[in-house]
Design a protein around this ligand. Structure first.
Ligand SMILES: [Zn+2]
Ligand SMILES: [Zn+2]
Length: 938
């Protein structure tokens, strides 16, 4: 423990900064959260989860803060409940993000990555990582995230890279990885292929142009429409639908492609839909995914007219060298001038933009590596359909399944330098060798001139493997046996498909017994079958192949006005800034208390300020406790609570009075609520229960109620103080997962710096003892609280100062209630500053300045401050109103027409009301008389 804690005295003011930094360091230094692999004989339950690895370039943002707060609460809670608890941290090499970071650094030196060459550039990235890559881990340590730092990994570590190669090679051998020339999403600014998920779709106002192509050998034209006219330079056909009567006569003919003067065929294909536009479409196989497929069906040439920067290339004729948008302008001008442009309409265009840099993505023909996703997806669908993986909130299950059922093959190669290089080597003889280690020669021609494929793998390829590779796979480790499947994944919606879905697909593929799929797949390859079939799996094996049993998807943290935080809007809240201002505990508590399922969090600092006050309240309550210990018996603390660290309830609490029985019962009820809430990921309910208990019931009520028993002349002072210590200790355990720092600090102080365990984090989490839940005590206490609150409210209404003592009159019909009030009259006298309690025999309901409840009426006997004039005015107005209503009613009842025509029950109601009004008017008149006579009924 920190040295300055041996003789503990809590400073007067609660200063989270100093406390938190000290404990954060202590936890790391003591390796409190490092987990040894449990031996086979260990029968404790296991709880494991993976930290979604932040990018090595990352800085902590509010999303992380929320995510890590929720994880840390769940992890600390399990650890305290006796689970072998592993929270595995790591960072992601973040291919494109990191490469761009270093490229920017180079640019500031006037260099480009090509100037360095691949090897030097990668060295430079490693250097960058050494210098700046640890920022987010430092921030996590400051948060007190209880991860196992001894097991920290980096996705480019040698063992993880080896596992990546192993997976690649196995998938390739199973026929699930292929290489080919296809249309991919291409970012001309990042100069790489990107996956479907990395494309953001946006609807923007644009134009639809209609262009007519002359049919060769006729005077006819075919009109096609396009939003990207520059691509027509690469057209290799025009398609019409076989069923379309309009074009029957043109089947088998050719058109002359304007501007390029190239003859291209008219083909019949389903690509053209008669219902849509003119029913004829241009076909550009090298620049559109659908046209690409049509091109394959009809064996059309693929003419690329743009380069990797989306500039027109040599195949674009006179437009070569122009940027795509400049080319568009010129193509349109020329088409118009030559009479081919026949229409221009406003049109909403669905633009795909690069998720990283915002450039408009260009569909581009390129040679890439792909994962054949269907077989993997089938299993990943099955495990969710069978609830082997459970989603919270539950609606994400369907979102996941919908996406999974429409999944496309995954482009896994990236034209970057930083990342896992594809383990494939190209030979001059055009053979491609995929291997775990560098091959020495070509298997086909025996040649030695082998070059490794220049591409690297999508970052998500390696992070998709983490649930098993971080536990030692492909070795069959004891860690895998114990910690896989992990228990839970907590993450944001934004990476549900990028990461969660891929982990499920790859986990269910590689963690099921490997022999079967590999064998059948090889057979499938040999027989040249296009479909690799998913082998049927044993259900137990399938259930245990999942990467995690549960997924909790957390909400988004928005600003106080519910706006999305963004740098451009300047409304980003930096969690470190909030922590420095209010403390980590208060920040964590805010996020937990606001985490209601399916609702985004509108982060408001005023809430954090409120929870800082909550921490302060706890602090002051602790100081009150220590003051009493010092005064009554300094030995109370360690001895009384010595065993409590390992006790799941409250140890050594002797319930002597109603408030004791009540607080014990409340503690157990709250404990039950909190445990139930946490098992359902209701962080908000758990935090709010703890808040209401600690602040309201414990501090505001219990501490006040026991004060007389702690006084020097009380013979129960010692046992009362013992109860207080026991209750406080247990409440700190209850609080710890949400506010780990302040609870740790006070807990050590309770033991005078000599606790039974190194840390509160290792103590037992409270469990409800049903026998200590005392409904009678709770009901009785509720009546006492209600009575005290009623008197306080009356005082406030009548503006009677708190320091002025006043007598009260109480009417309670049931003797048991009278008895209860009598027994607790001391509390009423002290907490509502009442000087005399008089029980009366008649209801006080008709009098003013009175509270009525189902169990009692209470009235303040207080004369001086009553404003007679105001009471008179109020009563007179009321009297006026009632008399008007009465005379209206009487007039109606005297009206023959009304009495004979209105429904009988309406007439009857009027009669009853008039009688009521008479009685009320009498009462009011009597009150006015009393006021006039100077008898102030108050
Ligand atoms: Zn880009
Ligand atoms: Zn060869």
């Amino acid at each position: 423990m920190p040295e300055n804690l041996t003789k503990v005295e809590l400073p007067k003011a609660y200063e989270p900064g100093a406390i938190e930094a000290r404990w954060a360091e202590f936890w790391v230094k003591e390796k409190l959260f490092s987990v040894a692999t449990p031996p086979e004989a260990d029968t404790r339950p296991v709880f494991s989860l993976l930290l979604p690895p932040p990018n090595v370039t990352g800085r902590l943002h509010m999303g992380h803060m929320l995510n890590q707060t929720q994880m840390d609460i769940i992890v600390r809670w399990h650890r305290m409940r006796g689970f072998v608890t592993l929270w595995l941290p790591g960072t992601d090499h973040a291919g494109i993000a990191t490469q761009m970071m270093v490229e920017r650094q180079l640019a500031s030196e006037g260099k480009r990555r090509a100037d360095l060459g691949r090897e030097k550039f990668i060295e430079r990235v490693w250097e960058w990582k050494k210098l700046y890559g640890g920022a987010i881990q430092d921030q996590m340590r400051r948060l007190g995230a209880s991860v196992d730092w001894d097991r920290e990994y980096f996705t480019m570590d040698e063992n993880l890279s080896r596992a990546v190669r192993e997976v690649f090679v196995r998938l390739y051998e199973q026929g699930l990885i292929y290489r080919g020339k296809y249309i991919v999403n291409w970012c001309p600014r990042c100069v790489t292929a990107i996956s479907d998920l990395e494309v953001k779709h946006e609807e923007v106002p644009g134009k639809l142009w209609e262009v007519r192509y002359p049919v060769v050998g006729t005077k006819e034209f075919i009109t096609v429409a396009t939003t990207r006219p520059e691509t027509m330079l690469g057209d290799t056909a025009v398609a019409v639908n076989e069923r379309d009567e309009r074009y029957k006569q043109l089947h088998g003919k050719k058109v002359l492609l304007p501007l390029m003067n190239r003859e291209i065929p008219i083909i019949t294909d389903e690509l053209a839909q008669p219902e849509f536009g003119t029913g004829a479409v241009k076909v550009t196989p090298a620049h559109d995914a659908n046209d690409f497929q049509a091109g394959l069906r009809h064996n059309l040439p693929q003419i690329e007219v743009m380069d990797e920067h989306a500039r027109m290339n040599g195949s674009a004729g006179p437009y070569a060298g122009l940027d795509r948008y400049e080319a568009r302008k010129r193509v349109l001008e020329d088409l118009r001038a030559q009479g081919f442009l026949v229409g221009e309409k406003d049109y909403t265009v669905a633009l795909g933009k690069c998720d990283r840099c915002g450039a408009v993505v260009e569909p581009r023909l390129s040679t890439q590596w792909f994962v054949k996703i269907q077989p993997l997806a089938e299993r990943a669908i099955e495990v969710v359909e069978k609830d082997y993986i459970r989603f919270t909130p539950a609606n994400y299950r369907q979102i996941y399944l919908n996406w999974m059922r429409n999944i496309h093959d995954w482009t896994i190669s990236r034209q970057l330098w930083w990342g896992h290089r594809i383990p494939a080597w190209h030979c001059d003889c055009s053979e491609i060798i995929v291997a775990r280690e560098v091959p020495s020669s070509c298997a086909k021609c025996g040649g030695f001139a082998l070059t490794q494929d220049p591409d690297v793998l999508d970052t998500w390829f390696s992070s998709g493997l983490l649930p098993f590779t971080s536990l030692g796979w492909p070795e069959q480790t004891r860690d895998l046996e114990v910690f896989y499947p992990t228990s839970l994944l907590i993450t944001g919606f934004d990476i549900l498909f990028f990461w969660v879905a891929r982990m499920i697909m790859l986990g269910c593929w590689f963690m099921a017994p490997p022999e079967k799929p590999a064998l059948e797949a090889r057979d499938a390859r040999r027989s040249n079958s296009k479909d690799v079939r998913t082998p049927a799996l044993n259900q137990d094996e399938l259930r245990n192949s999942v990467p995690f049993r549960e997924v909790y998807i957390h909400a988004l943290v928005r600003d106080a006005d519910r706006q999305k935080m963004s740098k451009t809007k300047g409304n980003v809240v930096d969690p470190i800034h909030v922590i420095e201002k209010y403390g980590t505990d208060a920040t964590r508590f805010t996020l937990a208390a606001m985490s209601s399922p399916g609702t985004d969090i509108a982060f408001n600092e005023s809430r954090t300020e409120g929870y800082r006050a909550f921490a302060n309240k706890i602090w002051n309550a602790a100081r009150f406790m220590f003051m009493n210990i010092e005064r009554i018996d300094p030995n109370i603390r360690p001895r009384r609570a010595a065993e409590a660290g390992r006790h799941k309830g409250i140890a050594g609490f002797e319930a002597a009075t109603l408030e004791d029985r009540w607080i014990l019962s409340r503690f157990n009820s709250i404990t039950r609520n909190v445990n139930e809430s946490l098992s359902a990921y209701r962080f908000d309910e758990a935090a709010n229960s703890i808040y209401d208990f600690f602040w309201g019931e414990f501090c505001d009520w219990y501490l006040e109620l026991i004060k007389p028993r702690l006084s020097p002349d009380s013979e129960n002072a010692r046992s009362t103080c013992g109860n207080l210590v026991a209750l406080f200790e247990a409440s700190l355990r209850l609080l710890h997962p949400v506010m780990p720092f302040i609870s740790e600090e006070i807990w050590h102080a309770i033991y005078d710096g000599n606790p039974p365990l190194k840390s509160l984090a290792l103590a037992a989490y409270p469990e409800a003892e049903e026998l200590q839940i005392d409904r009678t005590a709770e009901t009785e206490m509720a009546i006492v609280q209600d009575l005290i609150a009623s008197v306080r409210n009356l005082r406030a209404e009548l503006k009677v100062e708190m320091k002025q003592r006043v007598p009260v009159e109480i009417f309670a019909e049931e003797p048991t209630i009278r008895n209860l009030i009598q027994k607790n009259s001391g509390a009423l006298e002290r907490l509502a500053n009442v000087e005399q309690i008089r029980f009366v025999e008649e209801s006080l309901a008709k009098l003013s300045s009175t509270r009525h409840t189902a169990r009692f009426d209470v009235r303040l006997v207080y004369e001086k401050k009553i404003d007679v004039a105001a009471e008179r005015e109020k009563a007179t107005k009321e009297l006026d109103r009632l008399e008007k209503e009465k005379s209206n009613g009487e007039r109606q009842l005297a009206d023959e027409g009304f009495v004979s025509k209105a429904p009988a029950n309406v007439v009857e109601q009027r009669r009853v009301r008039v009688e009521e009004l008479k009685a009320l008017i009498d009462k009011l008149k009597k009150k006015l008389d009393e006021l006039d006579q100077g008898y102030l009924s108050g």
